[in-house]
Design a protein around this ligand. Structure first.
Ligand SMILES: [Zn+2]
Length: 473
């Protein structure tokens, strides 16, 4: 089957748009290294474009009509955006969905300790990571500490040029004979992923040492020094870690890759590349017949669980509230709306990597630079756990995308029996709607630094706009 190279299809004007979109994408990645930061960035962006918060409209009892733009946020970690279309919602929506959580290392609830001249934060990694990739590189600390009185302290340390960074140590090669013989999954154990956060002891004068409470400090003087800094900088006590969500991520900004600057290397592109392009497409869409929805959720990397994951009723509730404000709500109409919707469940796809060609089946692989990817199914070992998109739905997508000259490709996630993975697709499919996995090919998926092609980012964005403006099934 014919494969197109996306780059070859652009004229100068399109290349300019491509660069502009990718510049905005890079800023999106740099500003949003956690779910909460992504939500802040998204809300700021969409409010500037006329989106209003659903909850306040509900309180006012305001009626909604076509063209209105609303959003609803769940616990600062998930968001649903809607633009009301020409046709009644009962006829279904066009839904763009993606996730905004990314693999990382989380700080434990009782994390702070001192050992062998260092102060550490104990951690528990989040999502599927190759643990050995996360050692010996500069790391940043992002998140929130919520104090008992309800005040929230926001933390972001390690991103500015003059910020300190943190790191996880690795054994020197000179002593690593035994370590190097281990399986890659055991080379770095989960409990060895503790973050080095300091090494300077608090210095107490002889007099101070005698004071109440200071004997404890003198015993673990490095830890005490860190606690002093946390108190002075953030007004937090050690106990405040109990109600904190702190995420350890690679420090630094996204970069362009190659002499030709054709790619982007950055943290969290799984799946913020699809979240960004979905959001941007939603904002740039032309005339729409069906109500358009963009849902960006948390917790995909650990099974879409919890109040902010796709399995939560949050999305369904938001649609019900929305239909209530358009005057269409009934239990039956809600079910009809969901069942008649079409969705692009957008997540990154495994880009073909020539260095590991044996893990891919070339005819059915996604190639970097060859456009938007569709995965009819994902899953592993006999499609286990997969959503399997209907052939009729794929035919519809082929028709509308070909009409507008969108470059796309179809793929499986690697060779049969080699591995696999899942997305949020199967959860929305439970409503009986048409859902297919789509997205952007990525190299180094789940590594601290993931790579994408600028052309794929741009082409996927274009594809989402065509989908959003489509008549649906
Ligand atoms: Zn992932």
């Amino acid at each position: 089957m014919e494969r197109k190279v996306t780059w070859e299809t652009y004229d100068a004007a399109q290349l300019e748009k491509l660069e502009k979109l990718n510049q905005e994408y890079r800023e999106f990645l740099d500003n949003g290294k956690t779910e909460r930061e992504c939500i802040d960035t998204i809300v700021n962006t969409i409010e500037a474009e006329g989106y209003q918060e659903l909850e306040s409209l509900v309180q006012e009892g305001r009626k909604l009509q076509k063209g209105d733009k609303v959003y609803s946020v769940c616990m600062n970690k998930s968001i649903a955006m809607f633009q009301i279309g020409e046709k009644p919602m009962t006829g279904g929506m066009n839904i763009l969905g993606a996730h905004i959580d990314s693999p990382r290392i989380d700080v434990k609830q009782n994390p702070l300790y001192e050992e062998g001249g260092f102060a550490y934060l104990d951690t528990h990694y989040y999502g599927g990571v190759k643990k050995y990739q996360w050692v010996a590189l500069p790391l940043a600390l992002h998140g929130v500490v919520v104090k008992k009185d309800g005040t929230t302290i926001e933390m972001s340390i390690g991103e500015n040029d003059d910020d300190p960074v943190f790191f996880i140590s690795d054994l020197l090669v000179h002593l690593a004979g035994e370590q190097m013989e281990k399986k890659a999954s055991k080379v770095i154990e989960g409990e060895a992923l503790d973050l080095i956060i300091g090494s300077k002891p608090i210095v107490l004068s002889g007099e101070e040492k005698e004071k109440d409470g200071n004997k404890e400090k003198a015993k673990e003087a490095i830890k005490a020094g860190i606690l002093d800094i946390l108190k002075a900088s953030y007004d937090m006590e050690e106990e405040d870690f109990l109600s904190a969500e702190l995420e350890i991520v690679p420090a630094g900004k996204t970069r362009e890759v190659g002499f030709d600057r054709s790619m982007i290397l950055g943290y969290g592109q799984d799946d913020r590349v699809c979240a960004f392009t979905s959001m941007r497409a939603m904002l740039d869409v032309g005339k729409i017949e069906k109500t358009l929805c963009c849902i960006l959720v948390d917790k995909e990397e650990i099974g879409s669980v919890g109040a902010t994951g796709m399995q939560s009723r949050f999305f369904e509730n938001a649609v019900a509230e929305l239909m209530n404000l358009t005057g269409e709500y009934s239990e039956l109409n809600l079910r009809r709306c969901l069942a008649r919707s079409c969705m692009l469940s957008s997540d990154v796809s495994a880009g073909f990597d020539p260095a590991y060609a044996s893990c891919f089946e070339k005819k059915n692989s996604a190639f970097v630079g060859q456009g938007m990817v569709f995965n009819k199914f994902t899953g592993s070992r006999g499609k286990g756990g997969s959503n399997d998109a209907n052939a009729e739905y794929i035919a519809y997508l082929r028709r509308i995308l070909d009409e507008k000259g969108i470059v796309y490709q179809t793929a499986e996630l690697g060779k049969v029996d080699v591995g696999g993975g899942g997305t949020i697709a199967y959860i929305l499919a439970e409503y009986g709607m048409n859902v297919i996995d789509s997205g952007v090919p990525v190299l180094n998926m789940h590594a601290p630094w993931e790579a994408t092609s600028k052309a794929d980012v741009y082409e996927t964005y274009r594809g989402y706009i065509v989908f959003a403006e489509g008549a649906g099934m």
